[in-house]
Design a binder for this molecule. Structure first.
Ligand code: G5P
Ligand code: MG
Length: 224
């Protein structure tokens, strides 16, 4: 599908709700540029940059990194995109303060919220394997790699994230409840929030796809 207007989208949901998995389907179908705050932070940790070293303990403990740090990174990334690019933010904003910083620079028109029960999430995260350089995710039961332990595209080894330990997952879910849930209200009051509820990505996905198709083609008609 070719977009005829600029789309400023955000995908939200608790840790492990499928934001990365759904984002890769959205980028494939609709051609948006995917920017994941978690992938950027992990790439910095992997490359042992100053930022990565500073943020590693925060992330490993399941706490959010400081608002000003992550907002600066994401806003700089957005600035570096070609003018008029359509994008999908995954993992940012995660606090009301971050949402306000984003609003100062860009107005978001679509927010997809994945509402997945915490119990389902805990089971998923312990069987997740990640290709760190690209952010591609696999799951032993749901979407296993073709060769166990190796990325389908590059053949490089997969790793388990340090913050997927059960006690850290519990802390991440707590941080989500206290710091990120208020962002849902923020976007609901702006009339841009659309929530999708379920326990399986494959069942939620057709609804998201249909919603985006309708929303984007409605916009095309408005322009015509
Ligand atoms: P991240 O990287 O943003 P989270 O915690 O928000 O991390 P996460 O863990 O990356 O989110 P996800 O992207 O929502 O999860 O989910 P996913 O990876 O697609 O799916 C999870 C697993 O389930 C995968 O193995 C997938 O294959 C599998 N799966 C998907 N669907 C199904 C299904 O239907 N069935 C089954 N069985 N499996 C399925 O942030 C990490 C840390 O970075 C910092 C924080 O410290 C954060 O904790 N950070 C920020 N801090 C402050 N502000 C920000 N804006 C920050 N952004 C990141
Ligand atoms: Mg993710």
């Amino acid at each position: 599908m070719v977009l005829h207007r600029i789309v400023r989208a955000v995908i939200m949901g608790p840790p492990g709700s499928g934001k990365g998995t759904v984002s890769s389907r959205i980028t494939k179908c609709f051609g948006l540029t995917h920017i994941s705050s978690g992938d950027i932070l992990r790439a910095n940790i992997n490359a042992k940059t100053e930022l990565g070293l500073l943020m590693k303990s925060c992330i490993d403990q399941g706490q959010l990194v400081p608002d000003d740090v992550i907002a600066r990174i994401i806003l700089k990334d957005l600035k570096s995109l070609e003018q008029g690019s359509s994008w999908l933010l995954d993992g940012f904003p995660r606090t009301v303060s971050q949402a306000e910083s984003l609003d100062d620079a860009h107005s978001v028109d679509t927010v997809i919220n994945l509402n997945v029960p915490f119990q389902t999430i805990k089971q998923r995260l312990t069987s997740r394997w990640t290709h760190l350089p690209s952010g591609r995710v696999y799951n032993v039961d749901f979407n296993p790699p073709k060769v166990p332990g190796f990325d389908d595209v590059t053949g490089e080894p997969l790793v388990q994230r340090d913050d997927d330990k059960p006690e850290t997952v519990t802390r991440r879910l707590k941080a989500y409840e206290t710091q990120t849930e208020p962002v849902l209200e923020y976007y609901r009051s702006k009339g841009v929030l659309e929530t999708f509820t379920g326990t399986e990505t494959n069942k939620i996905w057709p609804h998201i796809e249909a919603f985006l198709q309708k929303k984007f083609s409605m916009c095309n008609q408005n322009l015509a």
